[in-house]
Design a protein. Structure first.
Length: 129
């Protein structure tokens, strides 16, 4: 069974081939995918790598988490199965993969979007924030 890693912080120029070659230095890579925007085809800045064994996946996570690749600092974590109850679940679209971003990644994005969304609420509430 393959062990899937979430790779965050990818440079928009990083290709699937580059990702595969990079992670092959830590062990046997089964698949490598860079997630792209369906409208523009541009990288969304994250991807997934499936390693052949749990040991290879752990070695790759330890080796590449926090490392600078193509000018960007990578965040490498074991991907969560969508059935684990963590993270947002979205219906439709995509490739039918049953994996989501780790909770630590989507939580920081969600709180940032809440802070910037609907600034008119602050004006009407009178709290003066």
């Amino acid at each position: 069974m393959a062990h899937k890693l979430f790779i965050g912080g990818l440079s928009f120029s990083t290709s699937e081939e580059r990702l595969r070659e990079l992670f092959a230095t830590a062990g046997a890579v089964e698949t490598a995918a860079v997630v792209t925007d369906r409208d523009t085809g541009r990288s969304r800045g994250f991807g997934f790598v499936e390693m052949a064994t749990a040991e290879d996946a752990d070695a790759a996570a330890k080796k590449f988490n926090g490392q600078i690749v193509d000018g960007r600092t990578l965040k490498v974590e074991v991907a969560n199965s969508s059935g684990s109850g963590r993270g947002p679940r979205r219906a439709g679209g995509g490739t039918g993969a049953s994996w989501t971003m780790p909770a630590s990644s989507w939580r920081s994005r969600a709180s940032a979007s809440r802070r910037s969304a609907r600034p008119w609420l602050r004006e009407r509430s009178g709290s003066g924030r």
